[in-house]
Design a protein around this ligand. Structure first.
Ligand code: MN
Length: 716
């Protein structure tokens, strides 16, 4: 990033105007600046400059990722609570709730008390978790704040430099990486390296400098060649040489490679307009320049967990030089550079901040992992090590057979993989196949392994031995809790999770939802006695989390209303309608066996049409990216199979009696098996029914039997 040294408020306004033309917003930003300037007046930084230069620079960094006005304003005022004793309320009065919240959030992150390194880290991680789950913009401002502090780190004494650089390398840069904000991440890494290992840093910088002229010439020659080639084939594109960061070179040297061998020092990036053109361009390049077989990566079909998409290939270019070439669309490039913040760049998205929050919570695996670790009860040392070693740093990427990427710590095993896909997958796992070969469960997974987990319905759950095999703390905690939790606890936990996920999705603060009057209203309405029972009923699927939250927050548009507005095209052969798609193969998923009347969601499979799941099927979570709206037709013609579990508190064989009850309601039975569980008996029955209301009639018939304690639908 080329930049001048002495920015003023006019520079900031000029930068904001490039993407934000609303005069009112510009005025608000100016007001925030003058407010902060007044507060900090008389304060100076260690660099000798007036203090306001710092928040101004932080704001300017944020304009480079097109931050919205609230974020820019918060950046300008991010230190006034901490350094000028301004109250949150004053900011709220002057600039509104949202800005005040962001300023307050950033301040909270900075205010850390600690006596030992571990305590300090815990405090820091927890604050990051809170910041991220409430508003990810807090973390983005913090990253920009740290970036400017790193740029001016020279002004601090050496011991402070090292301490701040270490923290940046271990926490802030990985956070930026997981949020996909490559621009900030890579500068943070280079700056940290410069203070942590100055010898190495300057050595690499010097070597790069020495070879610069030769490299520049080769790159521009190759660039001309490729550009002509693509133009000849009618592909409009932009192409640039790109510099590898010093840190990325250091990383490769660290893995034992020699400087002269680091072939991707010569690098090109090609930008085109469509995904199809990416592959076309790749084909054209490969037909002229021989690729190195194992260096080709298709991150378009299989995006990285931080949403990064691009084609990577390494070819023997002109004069035998090796070139690493990246090919991507402009949109992919935006996401590759700005990650989660790229929502800001698309102005038609009015509610970019909501979208960013949803993306963080629903698509970024690291966020989920970090939240889960926070909820587990573990020692402070374990917590710190797990966040640092297993979530933030040193990850490998493995693939599901469908091509979804799963992010795992180094040396993870198939058990870790299975639990990461879903706890249920882990608990029913019976074996694993990696790259088409059966492997033992303690097999150490490597980058890019394709992992298929074999599960079995009859699995009795994990073995205690797995506790010694699993690599990540997260997995071990899940295994341990299987042995300690009763079924009821599992449901309650799941219910709480689902409710809170819904709250996060709708940006409702937990505190607000959990107000006593809200809870008593819900309990009264659903006629249940306490909050634990509420969790239980949500967890076992009786009430959906959305329905419960809607009891309090009615503003949210019910998805059903929205669904009706969308064009529906009838899929003539089946009872299922697919939104916007005609004539497509539709299968009912057998993990949750939906029946007419169930809320359903379609999932676009690779090569096998659309698979239809119940909306609350846990398998959908992993598959969110390829969901499509589907609906039942008004009058379904077929009967549908679904599996139910009938829990009875007797050991006597009641099969016949139950069969009769089911028959009375005109449901056909496919399979009826008895399974024992402690003192109770559980029957598993496959039924064919017309609809959900039909099934509920069967339920109430069975419910009349005195020994039936509970009936539920099976979800695999
Ligand atoms: Mn600051």
């Amino acid at each position: 990033m080329a930049r001048k040294e002495n920015y003023t408020i006019d520079d900031l306004i000029e930068k904001v105007r490039k993407y934000q033309s609303n005069d009112e917003n510009i005025e608000l930003i100016k007001e925030a600046y003058f407010f902060a300037e007044k507060c900090h007046r008389g304060q100076f930084r260690k660099t000798g400059e007036e203090y306001i230069i710092h928040p101004l620079n932080v704001a300017i960094i944020l304009t480079e990722i097109y931050a919205d006005k609230e974020t820019v304003m918060a950046a300008l005022m991010h230190d006034v609570i901490e350094d000028c004793d301004v109250e949150k309320e004053e900011i709220e009065e002057k600039f509104g709730k949202e800005v005040a919240y962001l300023v307050y959030g950033v301040s909270k992150l900075g205010r850390i008390n600690f006596s030992t390194e571990n305590e300090y880290l815990i405090d820091y991680y927890k604050k990051i978790i809170v910041g991220m789950s409430e508003d990810v913009r807090v973390i983005i401002v913090k990253l920009a704040d740290r970036l400017h502090n790193m740029r001016t780190l020279w002004a601090l004494p050496e011991n402070k430099q090292k301490k701040i650089a270490k923290e940046t390398m271990e926490i802030l840069a990985p956070l930026a990486h997981h949020l996909g904000i490559h621009k900030i991440k890579s500068e943070l890494e280079d700056l940290s390296l410069r203070y942590l290992k100055p010898d190495v840093f300057y050595d690499i910088a010097e070597k790069l400098n020495k070879t610069k002229v030769e490299r520049d010439n080769t790159v521009s020659e190759m660039l001309r060649y490729v550009t002509n080639l693509l133009t000849e084939h009618g592909i409009t594109h932009e192409i640039k040489g790109r510099a590898k960061s010093i840190y990325s070179i250091y990383n490769k040297l660290n893995k034992g490679r020699k400087f002269s061998d680091i072939y991707d020092l010569l690098a090109l990036r090609i930008l085109v307009h469509t995904e199809q053109e990416c592959y076309l361009a790749l084909g054209i390049i490969h037909s002229k320049f021989k690729p190195i077989p194992k260096r080709f990566k298709d991150y378009i079909a299989m995006p990285k967990p931080n949403m990064y998409q691009s084609l990577h290939t390494t070819v023997f270019g002109i004069d035998g030089y090796l070139f690493e070439i990246q090919i991507r669309t402009y949109e992919m490039d935006e996401i590759a550079e700005n990650g989660i913040a790229s929502h800001w760049a698309y102005k038609e998205h009015k509610d970019a901040s909501v979208l960013m929050q949803n993306t963080t919570e629903q698509k970024l695996q690291f966020f989920k992992s970090i939240i889960e670790l926070n909820e587990d009860k573990m020692s402070s040392e374990d917590f710190v090590n797990s966040v640092k070693d297993e979530v933030l740093n040193n990850n490998i990427y493995c693939f599901t057979p469908k091509g979804d990427i799963i992010e795992l710590p180094h040396d993870a095993t198939p058990i870790d993989f299975a639990y990461k896909v879903h706890t249920r997958v882990g608990e029913t796992m019976v074996g694993a196949i990696v790259n088409n070969s059966i492997v033992p469960l303690d097999y150490k997974l490597r980058n890019n392994d394709i992992v298929k987990i074999n599960t079995s319905k009859s699995s009795k759950g994990p073995s205690r031995e797995w506790l010694n095999i699993a690599k990540s703390t997260q997995t071990r905690n899940k295994i341990r809790s299987f042995f300690t939790k009763s079924e009821k606890e599992v449901y309650m936990e799941r219910g709480k999770e689902q409710l809170e996920k819904e709250l996060r999705k709708r940006k409702i603060a937990y505190d607000d939802f959990y107000q006593a009057e809200h809870i008593s209203l819900i309990l009264e309405h659903l006629k249940i006695s306490d909050i634990d029972e509420l969790y239980l009923e949500v967890g076992n699927g009786k009430y959906s989390s959305m329905m419960v939250v809607n009891l309090i927050y009615k503003k949210e548009e019910e998805p059903s209303i929205e669904k009706i507005k969308k064009p529906i095209i009838k899929n003539s052969d089946t009872d299922i309608l697919v939104s916007g798609i005609d004539k497509v193969k539709v299968n009912l998923a057998n993990c949750c066996s939906p029946i007419p009347g169930d809320d359903i969601i379609g999932y676009i499979t690779k090569g096998n049409g659309i698979s239809v799941h119940r909306a609350n099927c846990h398998n959908l979570e992993v598959l969110e990216r390829r969901n499509v709206d589907v609906y039942w037709s008004d009058a379904p013609k077929e009967r549908y199979q679904t599996t139910i579990l009938i829990h009875c508190n007797t050991k006597e064989d009641k099969l016949l009696e139950m069969l009769q009850k089911i028959n009375m309601q005109d449901a056909s039975i496919d399979k009826f098996v008895t399974m024992s569980k402690g003192d109770d008996t559980v029957y598993e029955a496959d039924l064919y029914v017309k609809s959900l209301s039909h099934l509920l009639r069967v339920f109430s018939e069975l419910d009349k039997l005195s020994y039936v304690t509970r009936i539920e639908r099976l979800m695999k």
